[in-house]
Design a protein around this ligand. Structure first.
Ligand SMILES: Cc1ncc(COP(=O)(O)O)c(C=O)c1O
Length: 463
């Protein structure tokens, strides 16, 4: 055991060394896959290797290929960094190594999820008796919620999808906004629901409620509508009040993908953006994005616990399940069977932030996004493409070539990192401020990086 203690202490040192290097290391590593393959690979050893040696070797060989993703200077995709309490709780979850599928596999792992349900419904102002599942990401959250939706809308049409499957069932209509996230399409594909009907969106990516109304009236039968809180490029929110009115008239199920945007509910300043969202039937939000829980972690919530459970539950004679419903068996709420005790890290993040800390995190990162937007428009040729209502900034230069060149120069300089996208048919640069460590200093570094890249640009600005 003393060897194990020494190993874990040494591992903690290696982890701390990486985290302490975040302020100085290039955000994106200069590495080619061959180097990593050479360092990590070779034939599988015949003989065992000492655990300490394995960890040293892994840490050294992986080091050149690590992205400083938990850094406050990382603005790519929509990525948080592990809050200290959450990171530490995640380590404990590994050490405790509970199989958190059933209460009997770990009572604390089960109860901690109940507490997370109470706290999250309170913070996000969702119906307090909504059911919850802790899944790997928004992708699996949407699979879970849409499985519940599929169950319920078909049940209303007199069809038991659990028993009879989809062959011969009434067709389920699914309506989505033109700028829904692609994980919605994959969820529908995995659930056998096929490609969705697409409703037009405005220039910010918000679903147009009038177009939804028209589309709903043009058909009938079991229907699901997928709305969005936080478009991945612009951060825009669909008009939930109008969407909820329309779906209610057609007895449709309303699902909301709020991978990051749903956390706006936790801020008194930003809550107006999600007005009406509580009227949906299901919601999904990531913990590994704006809540800054280490990967991978997300929350799926459902206002119809019966449908949620019916879509997910399993039983077998060797399992020890609670039929009386006095304790939580997590297999009833998620697609996994055996699973990690994902609740501890979420609990620790919420507990360490508290209500005010969470609001400050959300509001502070949005203020950083506004600071960046105000600075970037000062540069020659910049066109700001979004209304900066949240933590996302989207902009471009005069031509695709110049946009790409400036972005590449900034990425290669290594002080900050962000990605590109295509918006309205042309290349654009997207900034997401989602990390608890990002402040004015990191934003000014990013602005300076763009300033230098613009000065160095060889593509002449349009006259
Ligand atoms: C709106 C939206 N939905 C879904 C996803 C997918 O989330 P995950 O990668 O956690 O599955 C993202 C990722 O950025 C997103 O922004």
């Amino acid at each position: 055991m003393s060897d194990l203690r020494a190993l874990l202490h040494r591992t903690a040192d290696l982890a701390a060394e990486f985290l302490e290097s975040l302020d100085d290391r290039p955000v994106y590593p200069r590495v080619v896959p061959e180097e990593l393959r050479a360092a990590l690979g070779g034939p599988l050893p015949d003989e065992p290797t000492d655990p300490g040696e394995v960890v040293e070797l892994l840490a050294a060989a992986a080091e050149p290929g690590l992205v400083a993703m938990p850094s406050g200077r990382y603005f790519g995709f929509v990525i948080g960094g592990g809050l200290p309490a959450s990171l530490a709780a995640d380590w404990l979850a590994s050490a405790w190594d509970q199989n958190a599928g059933l209460y009997v596999g770990g009572p604390s792992a089960s109860v901690v999820e109940e507490i997370v349900q109470e706290w999250v419904c309170d913070l996000l102002r969702l119906p307090p008796d909504s059911s919850i599942g802790l899944v790997t990401g928004t992708q699996m959250g949407s699979v879970t919620a849409l499985a519940a939706a599929r169950f319920r809308v078909l049940e209303r049409a007199g069809w038991d999808v659990s028993g009879d499957g989809l062959s011969g069932s009434p067709r389920v209509r699914v309506l989505v906004g033109a700028q829904r996230h692609i994980t919605i399409d994959r969820s529908l594909r995995l659930l056998g629901l096929g490609a969705p009907e697409v409703v037009s969106a405005d220039d910010q990516g918000r679903m147009e409620a009038a177009a939804l109304r028209e589309a709903l009236s043009a058909g009938d039968g079991p229907t699901i509508v997928c709305a969005q809180a936080g478009e991945v490029n612009t951060g825009a929110f669909d008009p939930f009040e109008e969407i909820a009115d329309a779906t209610a008239e057609h007895d449709a199920w309303l699902h909301v993908d709020g991978a990051f945007g749903l956390w706006a509910s936790a801020s008194a300043q930003l809550r107006y953006l999600v007005r009406g969202v509580e009227r949906a039937d299901s919601w999904i939000t990531d913990a590994h994005k704006w809540l800054n829980v280490p990967y991978d972690s997300a929350l799926v919530l459902c206002a119809d616990p019966e449908a949620h459970r019916a879509a997910m539950t399993v039983s077998a004679s060797y399992l020890i399940q609670d039929d009386a419903g006095t304790v939580r068996d997590q297999v009833d709420w998620v697609p996994e069977f055996s699973r990690r005790a994902r609740g501890f890290a979420v609990y620790a993040a919420l507990r360490s932030l508290g209500r005010t800390g969470l609001a400050e995190l959300i509001e502070g990162t949005c203020a950083c996004a506004r600071r960046f937007a105000a600075g970037i428009v000062e540069l020659p040729g910049v066109q700001l493409l979004n209304e900066v209502v949240l933590n996302q900034v989207l902009f471009r230069f005069e031509s695709d070539e110049r946009t790409e060149e400036v972005l590449r120069t900034v990425q290669e300089a290594g002080e900050v990192w962000m990605g590109g996208t295509t918006w309205d048919g042309r290349r654009a640069i997207r900034i997401s401020v989602s990390n608890w460590q990002t402040g004015a200093e990191e934003i000014d570094l990013a602005l300076n990086a763009f300033r230098s890249a613009v000065q160095a640009s060889t593509h002449a600005p349009a006259r």
